[in-house]
Design a protein around this ligand. Structure first.
Ligand SMILES: [Zn+2]
Length: 253
């Protein structure tokens, strides 16, 4: 009897020990996952649970950047918002976005909409000529110009789907458009509410995004991608580059 009791006690003890070890490992594993790989795993989840019915070839997801230039003028129906031109498909969204800001107490200025490649060439040539006039070597003048002006063919403005939109007070302080405009609540309102109108802040501030887009933080440049995409991308911190890559992976599988 005593031997049996001892055996039972030992078995019970072992089971208790096993449960404690299992619990300890379990909670440790969870903690570890949350602490170190949460952003990575979130990105992975975000790129595998993409919105249904969205395709990488949709008109509102066209990608133009330095790696994907488009050297032919893009044909689309143009429409005006104030004195600026945008793709007619997004005209109402731009109007609504600005009206939303106004209703929240912020007057805004549409600084830029569609820019043709031809116009971009002019801007580029002017800035380059000015840099050369200032006595810079040809090589340095070109490098300086590329820092501030997008090479013709690689500006998103040629799609008619990108806008530079600024709170009037932010623009008054930073007429040359700089990231610091986000010190103003007007600009922050635009950044926070852009997805409600189908826009994303196209060039975010964090290092990972800058690496993905190849463009420094622009607190004023918004890109139309449609409400579903904009909300999803913003919620999961996905740049257009990463979002498109994920959509293409889904289409290939
Ligand atoms: Zn812009």
């Amino acid at each position: 009897m005593t031997n049996k009791k001892r055996i039972i006690a030992v078995i019970a003890g072992l089971i208790l020990l096993a449960v404690m070890v299992w619990l300890a490992l379990g909670s440790h594993g969870q903690k570890h996952g949350k602490d170190t790989s949460s952003s990575q795993s979130q990105t992975k989840a975000a790129t595998t649970n993409l919105p249904k019915g969205v395709k990488s070839t949709d008109w509102d997801l066209v990608l133009i950047n330095k790696q994907h230039p488009e050297n032919q003028e893009i044909n689309f129906t143009q429409a005006k918002v104030g004195d600026k031109v945008v793709n007619q498909k997004i005209q109402q969204s731009v109007i609504d976005f600005m009206a939303g800001a106004k209703a929240a107490g912020y007057d805004t200025t549409l600084v830029s909409g569609y820019r043709s490649i031809e116009y971009q060439k002019e801007v580029f040539a002017n800035v380059l000529a000015n840099n050369e006039k200032n006595g810079e070597s040809e090589e340095k003048a070109l490098a300086e110009t590329k820092k501030v002006v997008q090479t013709p063919g690689s500006s998103e403005h040629q799609t008619g789907l990108a806008i530079d939109l600024a709170g009037n007070d932010a623009l008054a302080k930073y007429p040359g458009l700089t990231g610091e405009m986000d010190q103003f609540t007007s600009q922050r309102w635009l950044i926070d509410h852009a997805p409600d109108y189908g826009f994303i802040l196209r060039y975010p501030k964090d290092e990972a995004s800058i690496k993905e887009t190849g463009i420094d933080y622009e607190s004023w440049h918004f890109r139309y991608v449609g409400v579903t995409n904009a909300k999803y991308m913003t919620k999961h911190h996905l740049t257009l580059e990463v979002y498109l890559k994920a959509l293409k992976a889904r289409e290939a599988s």
